[in-house]
Design a protein around this ligand. Sequence first.
Ligand SMILES: Cc1ncc(COP(=O)(O)O)c(C=O)c1O
Length: 341
Amino acid sequence: MKIYDLRSDTITKPSSAMRKAMAEAEVGDDVYREDPTVNRLEAMMGERLGKEAALFVSSGSMGNLIPLYLLAGRGSEVLAHSASHIIQHEIGAISAIAGAMPIGVDAPRGILSAPILEPLIKAPAYDMAKTSLIEVENTIGGICYPLKNLQGIRALADRYGLAIHLDGARLFNAAVATGVDISHIAANSDTVTVCVSKGLGAPVGSVLCGSTDFIEEARRIRKLLGGGMRQAGILAAAGIYALDNNVGRLTIDHQHAQEIASALKKSGWAKFEIDDVETNIIFFSVEGVRGDKVVELLKKRGILASANGDLIRLVTNLNLSSEDICEVCGIILEMEAENFE
Ligand SMILES: Cc1ncc(COP(=O)(O)O)c(C=O)c1O
């Protein structure tokens, strides 16, 4: 049976051209700042995002943790959407390591705004934690932030002297889907983490971007966390390849997600909470059927999905061709509500 892996865009495997770029990468000791390929990836990402400097880190989680550690810190409050990755999926590192207190904020479709956030900013008081940072995730659940929300949050943060960190694990998806230049999106935050190992298809790595002073400190904290890498140019070369070759093609993943969403809508058994699919992520549920059961039934037909509670997630990615997506849609349309009983 053919398997269609839609669990995540992290499952993508490097293409032979990407592997060739990795094999041929010029390397040096990056802890000594002597790896030319890492230096090149950092310069490229900083420039694309319109930030002064950048740092190659091993994961998106590390790229989020360092700014939380440096810009929020012990005993302070971080405002983030309650479904955000830093609250739900990073092992509590925000508290366990950065020492900050996450305040989960609810907002429709995951999208925060200044009017939602402002009442949650603490006035200075001797007995209360100080609000220090707003964290924004873009895309969140595949949904893109409207630029005006980000600009409003930036103005609010400036008024209250707060920092903003952007978890841009899938920021290139947001830029491609909205047609807004990625640097215009990034301009509304102090720091940004972008992953090259998700939709962009590199095997490892994220890049944390910010001011020169911030990145200097971030380099120290990366070492503190055990994240200093030596001949990491082999990995950075994959990131460079991804930036050069895999950004524009994200539109294909987005189109594939549209096709799967319309097959699910036609199926009669899939229920959508948010029925707009903006990038490469689709969420749905099946009334009265537990999420793990739905995953199991899809798996029997070759479709690998993931479940968060009863919500099923499908993520299109560069390992799936247009023919694969056509076949996935065919399987969805063949399934009947009774198959889930
Ligand atoms: C939105 C978001 N942020 C951060 C991360 C963390 O990335 P990593 O798995 O590289 O630590 C992920 C991982 O899937 C993510 O989806």
